[in-house]
Design a protein around this ligand. Structure first.
Ligand code: C5P
Length: 237
């Protein structure tokens, strides 16, 4: 496999073409952004941890019947993935109130939800990724009814798989964000699953082990990413 030209540079990753039909190379960066890019920084070795942690999760999800874009781990910061036609949506699944849900509904952070909540956001930096519903997604042609049903069902399935792994690692899965795309007409999970895109709290102490440490200047950011990786590796590797 040959790495070719860079196709896209996002906030946390670069995507490169390859000489393989339908396959892209994703390279994870240490750059961190928050609040729609207003806060910028670096988290040392975050790219390595997010790449390797995503691989561990993707492999487990595939075993559980969730199709993912992951093909092969190439290096510390690089993975080979299936090319997807991305839906312009972020699918957020929540088990415990935090972040924008706590703010929007006026609940305290940490309130355990009676059942998981699945939310949709329209992926658009200029608009700040607004909260939308299925009706918006259908009316705007962002996805079909079948695709929406599928991404929501897969979101809940991912939640089950992640909760099972993280429970063994002594970590609460508070919430997380997924992105899906289409390959050969089939819905496939793309992007990453990492402390950048999930809220993980220590089960005992409720200490935050995710990007909120960067967003809220809580310190020990690198340490939190390393700790999550260490605990998950112990369970899965
Ligand atoms: O900010 P909010 O509470 O809506 O975030 C919910 C979850 O989705 C968090 O785990 C957060 O890290 C993730 N998220 C993300 N990318 C975004 C927005 C949220 O990974 N653009």
């Amino acid at each position: 496999m040959e790495k070719k030209e860079m196709l896209y540079e996002g906030k946390a990753k670069k995507v490169f073409a390859t000489d393989q039909e339908g396959q892209y190379l994703v390279q994870y960066k240490d750059d961190a952004t928050a609040f729609n890019g207003q806060k910028k920084g670096q988290i040392e070795d975050k790219g390595i941890i997010n790449n390797k942690l995503s691989v561990l999760f993707f492999k487990e999800l595939e075993k559980a019947g969730v199709p993912t874009h992951f093909i092969e781990l190439l290096s510390d910061r690089e993975m080979l993935v299936k090319k997807l036609k991305m839906l312009p949506l972020e699918v957020v699944v929540r088990n415990i109130a935090a972040g924008s849900l706590a703010k929007r509904l006026g609940t305290e952070e940490g309130v355990v939800l009676a059942r998981p909540v699945v939310e949709l956001y329209y992926k658009d930096d200029a608009l700040g990724d607004p909260f939308v519903n299925e009706s918006h997604a259908l009316a705007m042609g962002w996805a079909t009814a079948e695709e929406l049903k599928e991404v929501q069902a897969l979101g809940l399935k991912v939640n089950e798989v992640l909760q099972k792994i993280m429970d063994q690692a002594g970590i609460l899965v508070v919430d997380f964000k997924l992105e899906f795309g289409l390959a050969d007409g089939k819905i496939v999970l793309g992007d990453e699953i990492s402390p950048d895109t999930c809220r993980f709290w220590d089960k005992e102490t409720k200490e935050k082990l995710d990007k909120d440490r960067f967003r809220r200047d809580l310190g020990k950011v690198e340490e939190a990413y390393v700790e999550v990786y260490r605990r998950v590796k112990e369970i899965l590797a």
